[in-house]
Write a protein that binds this ligand. Structure first.
Ligand code: ZN
Length: 247
């Protein structure tokens, strides 16, 4: 079986401008995620400053799963590229959105809601509860796991009802958040996963990476189906139609 091709898109702005972030992710969040995931997958990397944000037709055509991390650059992502990514999701490409990607154009487009939330930067503890232990994304993940320092995201998270809520976060300050949610859009599977603030080593955490690995395996492109290939006008029915003209 050929390896799944994962394209990791990172706006790659904080890591080049902010010394604190550079210390945690010297090669960028995208490279760290790939390094932690290891050689199970083929990787393509794309960043905002590349032509077409690195998401050319060719790159997307080869992508089984697209991972998206972004924060300060959302507004500068070209709408034509958002259209292209959306189209590819509808055709069956998996999409995993991390942390502040909740406000990305592509997530808002796919959700059709504002995608806002409450937040606080206080380096507080986050405890993630696995509430769908038999979901493929929760495979091998304990009943709960903790991140010692994270940014807080709290409800209400302005998203449509998810297909599944796989993880719920509790924060030291008292808020809760639907932190791992799945959707289906067209033929594509979409997973939003909350942790991953740029100043914390969240993507150094093996459990966080295991969730991302599970999500890749769950969301990967499965190939065009007969449903997609079917001609929209079915002139020859399977059964003989006996209807007669009404008198
Ligand atoms: Zn953040």
């Amino acid at each position: 079986m050929s390896k799944t091709t994962v394209t990791i898109w990172n706006e790659f702005i904080h890591e080049q401008k902010d010394e604190k972030v550079k210390k945690v992710y010297p090669d960028g969040i995208h490279r760290k995620i790939a390094q932690m995931l290891g050689d199970k997958y083929n990787y393509q990397f794309a960043t905002q400053d590349m032509p077409e944000h690195g998401l050319t037709q060719d790159v997307l055509a080869k992508t089984d799963v697209l991972i998206w991390w972004a924060h300060v650059g959302h507004a500068k992502v070209e709408d034509a590229i958002v259209d292209r990514v959306q189209q590819r999701v509808l055709e069956g490409m998996g999409l995993i959105l991390l942390h502040s990607a909740h406000y990305s154009k592509i997530f808002k487009r796919l959700m059709g809601t504002g995608c806002g939330l409450r937040w606080r930067e206080a380096n507080e503890k986050e405890r993630l509860w696995t509430v769908e232990p038999f979901h493929p994304i929760a495979k091998g993940i304990p009943q709960y796991f903790e991140l010692p320092n994270e940014e807080m995201y709290g409800e209400r998270f302005d998203i449509p009802d998810p297909d599944k809520v796989v993880f719920i976060s509790w924060f030291e300050g008292g808020e809760v958040f639907r932190s791992g949610v799945t959707y289906t859009r067209g033929m594509g599977k979409v997973f939003y996963f909350r942790p991953g603030h740029e100043t914390h080593p969240t993507f150094h955490n093996p459990t966080v990476i295991k969730v991302i690995e599970n999500a890749i395996d769950w969301a990967k492109y499965e190939g065009a189906t007969d449903v997609m290939k079917a001609a929209p006008n079915i002139k020859v029915p399977l059964e003989t139609i006996r209807s007669v003209e009404p008198k």
